[in-house]
Design a protein around this ligand. Structure first.
Ligand code: TXA
Ligand code: MG
Length: 346
Protein backbone atom coordinates (compact mmCIF):
# COMPACT_ATOMS: atom_id res chain seq x y z
CA UNK A 1 0.00 0.00 0.00
CA UNK A 2 1.20 3.47 -0.85
CA UNK A 3 0.65 5.84 2.06
CA UNK A 4 -1.06 9.09 1.02
CA UNK A 5 -0.17 12.14 3.16
CA UNK A 6 -2.08 15.33 2.41
CA UNK A 7 -0.31 18.55 3.37
CA UNK A 8 -0.89 22.27 2.96
CA UNK A 9 1.29 23.18 -0.05
CA UNK A 10 2.45 26.46 1.51
CA UNK A 11 2.68 25.42 5.17
CA UNK A 12 3.13 21.64 5.31
CA UNK A 13 2.52 20.05 8.71
CA UNK A 14 5.89 19.37 10.34
CA UNK A 15 4.84 16.01 11.84
CA UNK A 16 3.84 14.72 8.38
CA UNK A 17 7.07 16.02 6.85
CA UNK A 18 9.04 14.29 9.62
CA UNK A 19 7.18 11.05 8.86
CA UNK A 20 8.08 11.29 5.14
CA UNK A 21 11.70 12.22 5.98
CA UNK A 22 11.95 9.18 8.24
CA UNK A 23 10.77 6.96 5.38
CA UNK A 24 13.48 8.43 3.08
CA UNK A 25 16.15 7.94 5.76
CA UNK A 26 15.22 4.26 5.91
CA UNK A 27 15.59 3.74 2.16
CA UNK A 28 11.91 4.31 1.27
CA UNK A 29 10.48 5.65 -2.01
CA UNK A 30 8.64 8.92 -1.37
CA UNK A 31 6.93 11.02 -4.05
CA UNK A 32 6.67 14.75 -3.30
CA UNK A 33 5.72 17.94 -5.13
CA UNK A 34 8.35 20.30 -6.49
CA UNK A 35 7.56 23.58 -8.26
CA UNK A 36 7.94 21.79 -11.62
CA UNK A 37 6.42 18.28 -11.34
CA UNK A 38 6.21 15.56 -8.66
CA UNK A 39 9.51 13.80 -7.98
CA UNK A 40 10.02 10.25 -6.72
CA UNK A 41 12.69 10.57 -4.04
CA UNK A 42 15.15 8.11 -2.52
CA UNK A 43 18.34 8.62 -0.52
CA UNK A 44 20.84 9.26 -3.31
CA UNK A 45 23.79 7.42 -1.74
CA UNK A 46 21.89 4.14 -1.21
CA UNK A 47 22.38 1.86 -4.27
CA UNK A 48 19.66 -0.61 -3.12
CA UNK A 49 17.08 2.14 -2.79
CA UNK A 50 18.13 3.47 -6.21
CA UNK A 51 17.60 0.06 -7.74
CA UNK A 52 14.07 -0.11 -6.27
CA UNK A 53 13.43 3.34 -7.71
CA UNK A 54 14.42 2.29 -11.24
CA UNK A 55 12.33 -0.87 -10.92
CA UNK A 56 9.25 1.03 -9.71
CA UNK A 57 9.43 3.47 -12.63
CA UNK A 58 10.49 0.81 -15.16
CA UNK A 59 13.23 3.25 -16.01
CA UNK A 60 16.23 1.99 -17.99
CA UNK A 61 19.46 2.03 -15.97
CA UNK A 62 21.20 4.15 -18.62
CA UNK A 63 19.05 7.19 -17.76
CA UNK A 64 20.74 9.22 -15.00
CA UNK A 65 18.71 10.95 -12.27
CA UNK A 66 18.80 14.40 -10.67
CA UNK A 67 19.96 14.83 -7.07
CA UNK A 68 17.90 17.30 -5.04
CA UNK A 69 19.39 19.21 -2.12
CA UNK A 70 18.26 21.87 0.36
CA UNK A 71 21.67 23.47 0.76
CA UNK A 72 25.04 23.93 -0.94
CA UNK A 73 26.63 22.11 2.04
CA UNK A 74 24.75 18.92 1.14
CA UNK A 75 25.84 19.32 -2.46
CA UNK A 76 29.53 20.07 -1.92
CA UNK A 77 30.78 16.50 -1.27
CA UNK A 78 29.00 15.22 -4.40
CA UNK A 79 30.67 17.42 -7.02
CA UNK A 80 34.27 18.24 -7.92
CA UNK A 81 33.58 21.89 -8.63
CA UNK A 82 31.14 24.13 -6.85
CA UNK A 83 28.75 25.48 -9.44
CA UNK A 84 28.92 29.02 -10.73
CA UNK A 85 27.88 30.88 -7.62
CA UNK A 86 26.31 33.70 -9.64
CA UNK A 87 23.97 31.15 -11.27
CA UNK A 88 22.95 29.45 -8.07
CA UNK A 89 22.55 32.75 -6.23
CA UNK A 90 20.24 34.00 -8.95
CA UNK A 91 18.21 30.87 -9.78
CA UNK A 92 18.33 28.57 -6.73
CA UNK A 93 16.14 27.48 -5.22
CA UNK A 94 14.29 27.11 -8.52
CA UNK A 95 13.62 25.10 -11.69
CA UNK A 96 17.25 24.90 -12.87
CA UNK A 97 19.27 21.65 -12.89
CA UNK A 98 23.04 21.87 -13.28
CA UNK A 99 25.18 19.08 -14.73
CA UNK A 100 28.56 19.07 -12.96
CA UNK A 101 31.60 16.80 -12.63
CA UNK A 102 30.72 14.15 -10.02
CA UNK A 103 32.74 13.03 -7.01
CA UNK A 104 33.39 9.36 -6.20
CA UNK A 105 30.72 9.44 -3.49
CA UNK A 106 27.90 9.49 -6.02
CA UNK A 107 26.77 5.94 -6.87
CA UNK A 108 26.86 4.83 -10.51
CA UNK A 109 23.11 4.21 -10.33
CA UNK A 110 22.59 7.99 -10.10
CA UNK A 111 24.87 8.95 -12.97
CA UNK A 112 24.34 5.88 -15.18
CA UNK A 113 28.08 5.33 -14.78
CA UNK A 114 28.95 8.72 -16.29
CA UNK A 115 31.45 11.27 -15.02
CA UNK A 116 28.83 13.96 -14.37
CA UNK A 117 25.95 14.41 -11.95
CA UNK A 118 22.80 16.54 -12.32
CA UNK A 119 21.81 18.56 -9.24
CA UNK A 120 19.10 20.99 -8.30
CA UNK A 121 17.64 22.87 -5.33
CA UNK A 122 13.86 22.92 -5.73
CA UNK A 123 11.69 25.83 -4.66
CA UNK A 124 8.42 24.25 -3.51
CA UNK A 125 7.67 24.73 0.20
CA UNK A 126 6.91 20.99 0.58
CA UNK A 127 10.10 19.88 -1.21
CA UNK A 128 12.12 22.39 0.80
CA UNK A 129 10.61 21.31 4.11
CA UNK A 130 11.26 17.65 3.32
CA UNK A 131 14.84 18.18 2.09
CA UNK A 132 15.60 20.40 5.08
CA UNK A 133 14.29 17.75 7.42
CA UNK A 134 16.20 14.77 5.92
CA UNK A 135 19.45 16.73 5.43
CA UNK A 136 20.48 14.14 2.82
CA UNK A 137 20.90 14.33 -0.94
CA UNK A 138 17.74 12.90 -2.53
CA UNK A 139 17.71 11.42 -6.04
CA UNK A 140 14.37 12.21 -7.62
CA UNK A 141 13.28 11.59 -11.19
CA UNK A 142 9.76 12.61 -12.15
CA UNK A 143 7.29 10.30 -10.34
CA UNK A 144 5.78 8.65 -13.43
CA UNK A 145 6.29 5.40 -15.28
CA UNK A 146 9.13 5.82 -17.77
CA UNK A 147 7.97 7.58 -20.94
CA UNK A 148 4.61 8.73 -19.50
CA UNK A 149 3.80 12.42 -19.08
CA UNK A 150 5.28 13.76 -15.82
CA UNK A 151 2.87 13.95 -12.86
CA UNK A 152 1.58 17.36 -11.85
CA UNK A 153 -0.71 16.03 -9.08
CA UNK A 154 -0.54 13.28 -6.45
CA UNK A 155 -3.35 11.48 -8.30
CA UNK A 156 -1.14 11.27 -11.41
CA UNK A 157 1.59 9.70 -9.25
CA UNK A 158 -0.84 7.12 -7.88
CA UNK A 159 -2.27 6.39 -11.34
CA UNK A 160 1.23 5.28 -12.40
CA UNK A 161 2.87 4.04 -9.20
CA UNK A 162 0.24 3.02 -6.64
CA UNK A 163 1.53 0.10 -4.54
CA UNK A 164 4.98 0.40 -6.12
CA UNK A 165 6.17 3.20 -3.82
CA UNK A 166 5.99 3.73 -0.05
CA UNK A 167 4.45 7.16 0.15
CA UNK A 168 3.15 10.18 -1.71
CA UNK A 169 3.15 13.60 -0.08
CA UNK A 170 0.16 15.36 -1.65
CA UNK A 171 0.67 19.11 -1.93
CA UNK A 172 -1.87 19.72 -4.71
CA UNK A 173 -1.06 20.67 -8.29
CA UNK A 174 2.51 21.71 -9.09
CA UNK A 175 2.78 25.41 -10.01
CA UNK A 176 4.99 25.25 -13.14
CA UNK A 177 3.89 21.97 -14.71
CA UNK A 178 6.99 21.31 -16.88
CA UNK A 179 10.31 19.80 -15.76
CA UNK A 180 13.32 21.94 -14.85
CA UNK A 181 15.81 23.42 -17.30
CA UNK A 182 18.86 21.11 -17.51
CA UNK A 183 22.07 23.08 -18.07
CA UNK A 184 25.32 21.21 -18.75
CA UNK A 185 28.15 23.20 -17.18
CA UNK A 186 30.76 20.59 -18.11
CA UNK A 187 30.78 21.59 -21.78
CA UNK A 188 32.26 24.77 -23.24
CA UNK A 189 30.20 26.81 -23.79
CA UNK A 190 27.52 25.49 -21.40
CA UNK A 191 24.57 23.83 -23.17
CA UNK A 192 20.89 23.64 -22.30
CA UNK A 193 20.07 19.93 -22.57
CA UNK A 194 16.38 20.41 -21.71
CA UNK A 195 14.55 23.76 -21.87
CA UNK A 196 12.44 24.73 -18.84
CA UNK A 197 11.14 27.69 -16.87
CA UNK A 198 14.63 29.19 -16.61
CA UNK A 199 14.97 30.24 -20.25
CA UNK A 200 17.97 30.68 -22.53
CA UNK A 201 17.57 34.48 -22.27
CA UNK A 202 17.52 34.35 -18.46
CA UNK A 203 20.67 32.20 -18.38
CA UNK A 204 22.42 34.49 -20.87
CA UNK A 205 22.16 37.38 -18.42
CA UNK A 206 24.76 35.44 -16.40
CA UNK A 207 26.55 33.24 -18.97
CA UNK A 208 26.36 35.18 -22.26
CA UNK A 209 27.50 32.30 -24.49
CA UNK A 210 25.08 29.60 -23.24
CA UNK A 211 23.70 27.68 -26.18
CA UNK A 212 20.85 25.34 -26.75
CA UNK A 213 21.29 22.18 -28.70
CA UNK A 214 18.45 20.21 -30.17
CA UNK A 215 19.64 16.61 -30.34
CA UNK A 216 18.34 14.25 -32.96
CA UNK A 217 17.63 10.55 -32.52
CA UNK A 218 20.82 9.76 -34.44
CA UNK A 219 23.07 11.57 -32.01
CA UNK A 220 24.42 10.10 -28.84
CA UNK A 221 21.99 11.18 -26.20
CA UNK A 222 23.48 13.30 -23.48
CA UNK A 223 20.12 13.38 -21.75
CA UNK A 224 17.40 10.80 -22.39
CA UNK A 225 14.85 13.54 -21.73
CA UNK A 226 15.94 14.55 -25.22
CA UNK A 227 14.65 11.36 -26.80
CA UNK A 228 12.38 12.38 -29.60
CA UNK A 229 9.45 10.40 -28.22
CA UNK A 230 9.16 11.10 -24.52
CA UNK A 231 6.61 12.53 -22.12
CA UNK A 232 4.02 10.91 -24.38
CA UNK A 233 0.36 9.97 -24.05
CA UNK A 234 -0.79 6.47 -25.17
CA UNK A 235 -2.88 7.91 -27.99
CA UNK A 236 -1.25 9.16 -31.16
CA UNK A 237 -0.79 12.95 -30.92
CA UNK A 238 -0.56 15.42 -33.78
CA UNK A 239 0.22 19.11 -33.21
CA UNK A 240 -0.88 21.87 -35.61
CA UNK A 241 1.02 25.14 -35.58
CA UNK A 242 0.38 28.51 -37.21
CA UNK A 243 -2.27 31.20 -37.24
CA UNK A 244 -4.83 30.42 -34.47
CA UNK A 245 -7.82 30.74 -36.84
CA UNK A 246 -6.31 28.33 -39.35
CA UNK A 247 -5.31 25.92 -36.58
CA UNK A 248 -8.88 25.90 -35.24
CA UNK A 249 -10.31 25.23 -38.72
CA UNK A 250 -7.78 22.47 -39.35
CA UNK A 251 -8.52 20.77 -36.03
CA UNK A 252 -12.24 20.74 -36.87
CA UNK A 253 -11.58 19.27 -40.32
CA UNK A 254 -9.10 16.64 -39.09
CA UNK A 255 -11.47 15.67 -36.25
CA UNK A 256 -14.36 15.17 -38.68
CA UNK A 257 -12.19 13.02 -40.95
CA UNK A 258 -10.96 10.84 -38.08
CA UNK A 259 -14.47 10.43 -36.65
CA UNK A 260 -15.70 9.37 -40.09
CA UNK A 261 -13.03 6.65 -40.03
CA UNK A 262 -14.39 5.42 -36.70
CA UNK A 263 -11.64 6.84 -34.50
CA UNK A 264 -12.23 8.25 -31.03
CA UNK A 265 -10.83 11.75 -31.10
CA UNK A 266 -9.62 14.11 -28.39
CA UNK A 267 -8.65 17.72 -28.91
CA UNK A 268 -6.25 19.73 -26.78
CA UNK A 269 -7.14 23.39 -27.19
CA UNK A 270 -6.97 26.74 -25.40
CA UNK A 271 -9.99 27.80 -23.37
CA UNK A 272 -11.17 30.28 -26.01
CA UNK A 273 -11.59 27.43 -28.54
CA UNK A 274 -13.79 25.20 -26.34
CA UNK A 275 -17.01 26.49 -27.90
CA UNK A 276 -15.81 25.55 -31.38
CA UNK A 277 -15.91 21.85 -30.46
CA UNK A 278 -18.98 21.98 -28.20
CA UNK A 279 -21.36 20.29 -30.66
CA UNK A 280 -18.86 17.75 -32.00
CA UNK A 281 -18.29 14.11 -31.15
CA UNK A 282 -14.86 14.77 -29.67
CA UNK A 283 -13.44 14.75 -26.14
CA UNK A 284 -12.16 18.20 -25.36
CA UNK A 285 -9.32 18.96 -22.93
CA UNK A 286 -8.84 22.61 -22.07
CA UNK A 287 -5.20 23.58 -21.98
CA UNK A 288 -4.80 27.10 -20.60
CA UNK A 289 -5.19 30.38 -22.45
CA UNK A 290 -3.69 30.99 -25.88
CA UNK A 291 -0.55 33.14 -25.69
CA UNK A 292 -0.11 32.52 -21.93
CA UNK A 293 2.48 29.74 -21.78
CA UNK A 294 2.37 29.55 -17.98
CA UNK A 295 -1.34 28.63 -18.02
CA UNK A 296 -0.78 26.05 -20.78
CA UNK A 297 2.27 24.54 -19.04
CA UNK A 298 0.28 24.03 -15.83
CA UNK A 299 -2.38 22.06 -17.69
CA UNK A 300 -0.48 20.21 -20.45
CA UNK A 301 0.37 16.90 -18.76
CA UNK A 302 -2.95 16.72 -16.89
CA UNK A 303 -4.81 17.28 -20.17
CA UNK A 304 -2.84 14.51 -21.93
CA UNK A 305 -3.57 12.13 -19.05
CA UNK A 306 -7.30 13.02 -19.08
CA UNK A 307 -7.59 12.22 -22.79
CA UNK A 308 -5.69 8.95 -22.31
CA UNK A 309 -8.03 8.00 -19.45
CA UNK A 310 -11.04 8.54 -21.75
CA UNK A 311 -9.37 6.14 -24.17
CA UNK A 312 -9.18 8.26 -27.31
CA UNK A 313 -7.21 6.89 -30.28
CA UNK A 314 -6.04 10.23 -31.62
CA UNK A 315 -5.27 13.57 -29.97
CA UNK A 316 -5.23 16.71 -32.10
CA UNK A 317 -3.56 19.67 -30.42
CA UNK A 318 -3.05 23.33 -31.17
CA UNK A 319 0.61 24.28 -31.04
CA UNK A 320 2.24 27.07 -29.08
CA UNK A 321 1.52 30.57 -30.35
CA UNK A 322 4.67 32.63 -30.74
CA UNK A 323 4.80 35.41 -28.16
CA UNK A 324 8.23 35.07 -26.57
CA UNK A 325 7.62 34.49 -22.87
CA UNK A 326 10.06 32.51 -20.72
CA UNK A 327 8.13 29.20 -20.94
CA UNK A 328 7.44 29.19 -24.66
CA UNK A 329 10.53 27.19 -25.72
CA UNK A 330 9.97 24.56 -23.03
CA UNK A 331 6.32 24.19 -23.93
CA UNK A 332 7.04 23.83 -27.65
CA UNK A 333 9.72 21.25 -26.82
CA UNK A 334 7.41 19.10 -24.66
CA UNK A 335 4.52 19.24 -27.12
CA UNK A 336 6.85 18.22 -29.94
CA UNK A 337 8.19 15.30 -27.93
CA UNK A 338 4.73 14.21 -26.79
CA UNK A 339 3.79 14.20 -30.48
CA UNK A 340 6.93 12.18 -31.32
CA UNK A 341 7.71 14.70 -34.03
CA UNK A 342 4.22 14.81 -35.62
CA UNK A 343 4.05 18.61 -35.88
CA UNK A 344 2.30 20.10 -38.92
CA UNK A 345 1.60 23.54 -40.30
CA UNK A 346 -2.10 24.37 -40.29
O1 TXA B 1 11.88 19.34 -12.75
C1 TXA B 1 12.57 18.32 -12.72
O2 TXA B 1 13.74 18.28 -13.13
C2 TXA B 1 11.93 17.06 -12.14
C3 TXA B 1 11.67 17.31 -10.65
C4 TXA B 1 11.16 16.09 -9.94
O3 TXA B 1 12.84 17.79 -10.06
N1 TXA B 1 12.76 15.93 -12.33
C5 TXA B 1 12.92 15.35 -13.54
O4 TXA B 1 13.72 14.23 -13.49
O5 TXA B 1 12.39 15.74 -14.55
P1 TXA B 1 13.79 13.17 -14.67
O6 TXA B 1 14.66 12.08 -14.15
O7 TXA B 1 12.43 12.82 -15.10
O8 TXA B 1 14.56 13.93 -15.79
C6 TXA B 1 15.93 14.23 -15.59
C7 TXA B 1 16.57 14.57 -16.89
C8 TXA B 1 16.61 13.38 -17.81
O9 TXA B 1 16.40 13.84 -19.12
C9 TXA B 1 18.03 12.87 -17.62
O10 TXA B 1 18.50 12.19 -18.74
C10 TXA B 1 18.78 14.17 -17.39
O11 TXA B 1 17.91 14.97 -16.62
N2 TXA B 1 20.01 13.95 -16.63
C11 TXA B 1 20.15 13.49 -15.38
N3 TXA B 1 21.45 13.37 -15.04
C12 TXA B 1 22.16 13.81 -16.10
C13 TXA B 1 23.56 13.96 -16.37
N4 TXA B 1 24.48 13.64 -15.48
N5 TXA B 1 23.89 14.44 -17.59
C14 TXA B 1 22.96 14.77 -18.51
N6 TXA B 1 21.63 14.66 -18.31
C15 TXA B 1 21.23 14.18 -17.12
MG1 MG C 1 10.99 12.17 -16.24
Amino acid sequence: MTEHLTVDPLHPDSALIAHAADCLQHGGLVAFPTETVYGLGVYALDPDALQRLFLAKERPANDPVIIHVASIQTLDPLVLETPWSTLTERFWPGPLTLVLPRSQRVPDEVTAGGSTVAVRMPNHPVARALLNKVRLPIAAPSANLFGHPSPTSAQHVLDDLNDRIDMVVDGGNTPVGLESTVLDLTSTPPIILRPGAISLEMLRTIIPDVTTKIATTHETMRSPGLLQRHYSPRASLVVYEGDPGRVRARLVKESEMAIAKGQRVGVLVPREDLKTFAGMEVSVAECGISGDSASTAKRLYAALRELDAIGVDLILASGVVQHGDHLEAALRDRLRRAAAGQVKNA
